[in-house]
Design a protein around this ligand. Structure first.
Ligand code: ZN
Ligand code: ZN
Ligand code: FE
Length: 762
């Protein structure tokens, strides 16, 4: 070996496993004449590279510049090591390093190369439903432990055939070391079942499934992260049946179409929308509908949630055929409020009343992941639900914090664990008030602890004493003998928005935290909160006037009760022709009045979500709801974008009083004003009172940014109006673009608050 040779060890961390990273290194090294080796470890990818100093430097630079599209290098370190003799450049077997961990790649939609082969009748994987490569296919959903290698995935039971093995071992092949690869000879197979009985496999299984859909039946399909229920999106009878069986009378169903051209028939698709639809993550994207042809899939809305196929099986089930529907309903296969089913047995039992046939397969799903949901809006593409394709990618924050486990909230739960400056927010778990979801939550928490080799120094949870996530965290903390921090719900929203927007965690900001429900420091229900603070602490600078909520959370299903309670409390006389009054049965109305007068089972709330419910009822739009947020969503849907009127309101000592607004809305109603105008004026009023509050509370401070967090901000009409007004004040609006503004972001907020607390204590 010439003396001029130099040898370095390079450690690369980030998303570098399961994304074609080692083959890339291998080919690059061979191309430029580097000797040495590369291996996957649970700490990341480690390379030993030998060559002339010049070539080693070039190698190092080109890794950074040319890394595979799906990879993400977070850190890259090199140290010189003593020269030794290498004969070649090779890929070594993976090794496990105790205590270390590396990033876990999310599931990735079928890539264009694999799609081409899927449709190529001369290819040996022609129409094979599990075709994938280093650039695409299942990842997180099939991983049992790290490092990410075939024996630690659910592909362990499918030994490679000779042809696949050759591709797997050939560094020039695009399937080189692709862990989930398979073919019709050696890989998983699809099967079709009716009433739990096997009927057919392969092409025949597929053709039974398509016939079923075409004839108006409902198919249960085992996807990548769980079962889905599928039917013809044009068939109103099938949809009605699906709604009845799922106990889901109005909540929108997600749709899938084979191509973006088909989606364009029904929705407006901008260039940015198209990019998101076609991204390797393939989320559901809520788009503006162009006509009402498919609107029975999303009643009361003017939008439709569409996605493109993201597995070979989805391509095969959506592809065109004579008289075959161009759009399919593709909704989670779960029993109402429970998590998606992932195993045949459970699906056969749980979905038997909904599905007429089952298209399943024998590749086990190890981690349940729902489809992710985003929404198009005037101000960009906004997250609604973060799961498949995104989890468990971490959120990077501005400083390293101690290891935290945060339990999240109750509804739309996510939990999180932290590692230095990264927060691993779990995929969407659902509502923890269902026992099955809670079991899934416990299972997922321990799966994350294993995968990330995680042991926390501190735990955090919500302040609410009755959340299942709170009691879980309490048990967890006492069992592990670590501190537990209980974080006020809206403070967690503020901190989540701060952290996600990559501001220093100790920087004070203002926050408009508007949501449905959060347990307040004074034991009332908060939700229309104007806060000042950082991850270190907060102050409640203002809030909506407390108003009575009869029957607590149960009333949230009946907006007319909220409207009547508010009018009663505000001393506004109620004419019997007013929509909530005429809707409310006479005996209930008498009972409600007694309840309010005597204060029996009446809770006080400053909730912004409830204010939207009340207005939606008041103008006769929605008196009872069947899914969370329905009244507000429908109120947003009708708002006239060209109306700029604002209702009067009062603010005194930080409290927002809506009495004048209610009176004016009733006057408008009496004057037969169009509800779209009233709705728009209401939205304008909330935007305007919000910025007035901000102006007031930040005078004499150096605050320059305003966080908009909480489920109410899923209302993009309100979000775009308010953020424009904030910008006009010379301040920076902080909105959620990585995590949803709803309670899916709470675990991030809890994590950074507890992390900062622990760091300053240490
Ligand atoms: Zn591929
Ligand atoms: Zn094979
Ligand atoms: Fe919330």
């Amino acid at each position: 070996m010439p003396k001029s040779q130099k040898t370095v060890r390079i450690l690369i961390q980030g998303i570098v496993q399961g994304v074609g990273f080692r083959p890339f290194i291998y080919n690059l090294a061979r191309n430029i004449g580097i000797l040495g080796n590369v291996r996957n470890t649970s700490a990341g990818v480690i390379i030993e590279a030998q060559g002339s100093p010049n070539i080693v430097q070039q190698f190092y630079q080109r890794i950074k510049l040319e890394a595979p599209a799906l990879s993400r290098i977070e850190t890259m370190e090199r140290i010189a090591i003593p020269n030794k003799l290498y004969e070649d450049f090779v890929i070594l077997h993976s090794e496990i390093q105790p205590g270390a961990f590396s990033l876990i790649p999310p599931d990735i939609g079928t890539c264009p190369d694999c799609l081409r082969e899927l449709l190529d009748s001369t290819d040996r994987r022609y129409r094979y439903p599990f075709i994938n490569c280093t650039n695409c296919g299942p990842r997180f959903s099939i991983i049992q432990k790290m490092p990410y290698d075939r024996p630690f995935t659910s592909m362990v039971d499918f030994p490679l055939c000779d042809a696949c093995k050759q591709e797997y071992e050939d560094p020039t092949n695009r399937r080189f070391h692709a862990q989930p690869i398979a073919c019709p000879v050696c890989g998983p197979q699809i099967s079709y079942y009716v009433a739990g009985k096997f009927l057919a496999k392969g092409e025949e299984a597929l053709s039974h499934s398509r016939t079923l859909i075409q004839n108006g039946g409902i198919l249960a399909l085992k996807g990548i992260g769980g079962f889905q229920l599928v039917c013809d999106a044009h068939n109103t009878e099938a949809i009605k049946r699906l709604r009845r069986a799922k106990l889901r009378s109005d909540k929108p169903f997600a749709l899938m179409a084979y191509s973006a051209e088909i989606i364009r028939r029904y929705c407006e698709v901008t260039g940015a929308d198209l990019e998101w639809l076609q991204s390797p993550q393939n989320p559901i994207l809520i788009l503006n509908a162009r006509d009402i042809l498919l609107q029975h899939n999303a009643p009361g809305q003017c939008t439709l949630g569409f996605m493109l196929p993201y597995t070979p099986l989805h391509y095969l089930i959506t592809e065109a055929g004579p008289a075959y529907p161009d759009v399919l309903v593709m909704t989670s296969g779960n029993v109402s409020d429970e998590p998606m089913l992932i195993e045949d047995e459970g699906a056969f039992a749980g979905l038997s009343s909904m599905a007429d046939g089952f298209l399943s397969h024998n590749r086990p799903i190890l981690n349940r992941v729902d489809d992710s949901v985003y929404k198009t809006s005037k101000i960009g593409i906004l997250p609604v639900r973060r799961a498949r394709g995104y989890s468990p990618d971490p959120i990077t924050i501005t400083e390293a914090i101690p290891a935290v486990f945060s339990a999240g909230a109750l509804l739309k739960n996510t939990f999180a664990i932290t590692k230095e400056n990264r927060v691993f927010v779990s995929q969407y778990m659902g509502d923890l008030d269902s026992l099955e979801t809670y079991k899934d939550y416990e299972h997922s928490v321990s799966r994350y602890f294993d995968l990330f080799k995680f042991s926390p120094e501190i735990a955090s949870c919500d302040l609410h004493p009755d959340y299942l996530s709170t009691s879980f965290a309490q048990h967890f903390a006492s069992e592990n003998n670590i501190d537990l921090i209980q974080v006020q719900h809206h403070h967690a929203h503020l901190a989540a928005c701060l952290a996600e927007n990559k501001l220093p965690l100790d920087q004070d900001i203002a926050a408009l935290v508007y949501d449905g429900t959060g347990y307040g420091e004074d034991s009332t229900i908060w939700g229309g909160e104007i806060l000042i603070g950082s991850a270190l602490g907060y102050e409640r600078a203002g809030h909506l006037q407390y108003l009575p909520l009869p029957g607590g959370d149960a009333a949230t299903r009946k907006p007319y009760r909220i409207a009547l309670a508010y009018l009663h409390a505000l001393g506004i006389p109620v004419n019997s022709s007013l929509p909530p009054a005429s809707y409310c049965p006479a005996d209930e109305s008498a009972m409600l009045r007694t309840q309010l007068e005597k204060g029996i089972n009446v809770h006080l709330t400053s909730s912004m979500g409830r204010l939207f419910d009340a207005v939606s009822s008041l103008i006769g739009l929605r008196q009872e709801i069947s899914y969370e947020g329905q009244a507000a969503i429908e109120l947003e849907a009708i708002a006239d974008p060209n109306e700029d009127g604002v209702y009067p309101y009062e603010i005194e000592a930080g409290i927002i009083y809506p009495t004048l607004m209610f009176r004016k809305i009733i006057m408008d109603l009496n004057n037969d004003m169009n509800p779209s105008v009233i709705s728009a004026r209401f939205h304008n009023t909330i935007a305007s009172l919000s910025v007035e509050m901000i102006k007031h509370i930040i005078s004499d401070t150096t605050i320059s940014a305003v966080a908009l967090s909480g489920g109410v901000w899923q209302n993009s009409a309100l979000l775009s109006k308010t953020s424009r007004l904030i910008r006009e004040m010379g301040l920076k609006p902080l909105i959620h673009t990585l995590l949803p503004p709803n309670d899916g972001c709470i675990s991030l907020g809890q994590a950074v608050i507890a992390g900062c607390y622990q760091k300053r204590k240490n």
